[in-house]
Design a protein around this ligand. Structure first.
Ligand code: FAD
Ligand code: DLZ
Length: 511
């Protein structure tokens, strides 16, 4: 008699169209899903992220069972839990009757390597299938990158537009332009009708998970109260509808804005649903494209949104798998300082940092500009060890998985890859934050004061960063103007900046 397939479904593969499911059948397989300590603790995950992943896994396993699949589900608090994904597979294989283990490729290199290593001891082969949720396979990205002197997202994005036909008129981009980013940099004002993401009241499964997370993982980062994430596909589809209707029309204009007390602004808050598999990235883009053709959202918003998904998201994954060895160990700028404690507590007088970290603790969410130009910018200017910065980002956001987080942090935000991913460091003084937010008005530090007691720390740190890294950055054409400005300053002025920065760094824990 023929044996069955043992299908392994990881916690971020919750899609009914998953290649591992499509490669088998309900009659001829056993599906294994497992909540395990190894995945719950490789970083100090936010408690809301843990609850989200486990609740979504439980809902998905129920949906699979309802569709006739034979699902073996291991809870985190099960006394027989082996503690690791590969351990759970090995234990189930012991029962016998299996012909092969089938899985869709893991998103993270860590998990992929573990399966590759342990499967050598299995008596049946491990079959790993491509993850069809991405537009570009790892191989397709590698061949796009091959032979290019410089990799730039914009050119990759245009290929993805052509491949999908999204916002295309024949072979030309809709509106005659590929990219409308120049229109997307407006500061926002508080608005009585500010949209909010779709919220779901926790059901019995989620309640059970919330109690388990508090009991088993109570010491993890973040606040568990007020959990509202969608945990199954129909709810996530409602979240997509609500975003498209209420926030998308202004997504473009205010994409880079920050406002006190408005953690979400016009952002979609869909990344956690897409990354875990309960929404498909292409279906999200097609829905948003339809809003444009039906006159419900302008082109700058729709193009900007689609670019984030078929451009940046795919590009990040491609870069991550292009550099499988030691991607997260890179430290081009030689930054060695420890991550300040306020990244975990949010207790700092810098209003922008307190807002970004505070909402991160509360919601396991901050939008792109907060991640890039506030917490990321500060860490880079202050010379924080990029590995510590990477581990912080991987822990604190509900959407964080290394394949997307690491290129964003190591590459885009910390320039620790020396410009492999992006063309320049995203460094900015307090001026940028003041232009794009309302934080500076209520801040303990003065953004208009450049140096000395009470000056915004970003100001002196900005020039100190450029001066400190001059040997490595001066040749970057996109920084030429800033180095020219630095060069035109009097020596006295330069010293004021450097001394002010040195004091700030000395007192970094008390900022
Ligand atoms: P929106 O602003 O509504 O954007 C729409 C969608 O586009 C997102 O849902 C996401 O799927 C995609 N997207 C947007 N920007 C990016 C990007 N730079 N890279 C990849 N996808 C993008 N995104 C993650 O999904 N996981 C992470 O762990 C993560 N870590 C980040 C760390 C840093 C330092 C930075 C600068 C960015 C990071 N991002 C990460 C990218 C981006 O900030 C988040 O995708 C976004 O904030 C999620 O919120 P949203 O769903 O409201 O996105
Ligand atoms: C993020 C996460 C967590 C917290 N827990 C689990 C888990 O217990 N079981 C599981 O299968 N997956 C979990 N995940 C998602 C995995 O970490 C993810 O599949 C890998 O990082 C590969 O991308």
């Amino acid at each position: 008699m023929q044996g069955k397939d043992l299908i392994v479904i990881l916690g971020d593969q919750l899609s009914h169209a998953l290649s591992a499911l499509e490669a088998s059948s309900a009659e001829n397989s056993v599906v294994l899903m497992a909540e395990v300590a190894e995945e719950a603790s490789y970083v100090w995950h936010h408690k809301k992220k843990l609850a989200f992943v486990f609740s979504a896994m439980r809902h998905f396993s129920q949906a699979l069972s309802a569709d006739g699949w034979d699902v073996r589900y291991r809870r985190l608090d099960d006394e027989h839990n082996c503690g690791s994904l590969t351990g759970e597979v090995s234990a189930l294989l012991e029962e016998g009757g299996f012909e092969r283990v089938v899985m869709t490729e893991a998103g993270e290199q860590r998990v992929s390597a573990a399966f590759e290593a342990v499967s050598k001891d299995w008596v049946v082969p491990l079959v790993v299938l491509p993850d069809a949720r991405f537009l570009a396979t790892r191989e397709a990205f590698a061949s796009w990158a091959d032979g290019r002197k410089q990799l730039r997202m914009e050119y990759f994005y245009r290929e993805m537009r052509r491949k999908t036909g999204l916002l295309m008129q024949g072979d030309q981009p809709e509106g005659g332009q590929w990219n409308f980013d120049a229109e997307n940099r407006k500061p926002a004002k508080a608005d009585l009708f500010m949209p909010q993401p779709f919220r779901v009241e926790p059901d019995a499964i989620t309640q059970d998970v919330l109690e388990m997370v508090e009991r088993e993982r109570g010491a993890h980062f973040g606040v568990l109260d007020g959990f509202w994430f969608a945990v199954e596909r129909p709810q996530a589809l409602e979240a997509l509808e609500q975003f498209t209707r209420e926030a998308l029309p202004r997504f473009g204009d205010y994409q880079d804005a920050m406002l006190t007390g408005e953690p979400f602004l016009y952002h979609s808050v869909l990344a956690q649903y897409i990354n875990i598999g309960i929404l498909d990235p292409l279906e999200v883009c097609r829905r948003v494209e339809r809003a444009y053709y039906e006159g419900q959202a302008p082109l700058n918003a729709v193009e900007g949104f689609i670019r984030q998904i078929i451009g940046w998201r795919e590009y990040m994954r491609g870069i991550y798998w292009l550099k499988p060895e030691g991607y997260t160990d890179q430290n081009f700028l030689g930054a060695r300082r420890d991550l300040p404690r306020f990244y975990w507590t949010g207790e700092t007088g810098m209003a922008c940092m307190a807002a970004a970290i505070g909402q991160t603790r509360q919601e396991a969410y901050a939008h792109h500009i907060q991640r890039l130009m506030v917490t990321g910018n500060f860490a880079m200017l202050a010379g924080i060890d990029p590995k510590q910065v990477h581990e912080w980002y991987l822990a604190v956001y509900a959407d964080a998985y290394e394949w997307v987080e690491a290129p964003n942090v190591i590459g885009m935000s910390q320039f620790a890859d020396g410009g492999f991913l992006g063309s320049k460091p995203y460094a900015a003084s307090g001026n940028y934050i003041n232009k794009m937010s309302d934080h500076c008005g209520g801040c303990k530090y003065s953004v208009s004061q450049k140096t000395g007691e009470g000056a915004c720390p970003f100001n002196a740190l900005y020039w100190d960063f450029l001066a400190r890294n001059e040997g490595k950055l001066r040749g970057n054409p996109r920084l030429g103007q800033m180095y020219a400005t630095w060069g035109r300053m009097s020596e006295i002025k330069q010293q004021e900046y450097l001394q002010s920065a040195a004091k700030t760094l000395e007192e970094i824990e008390t900022l």
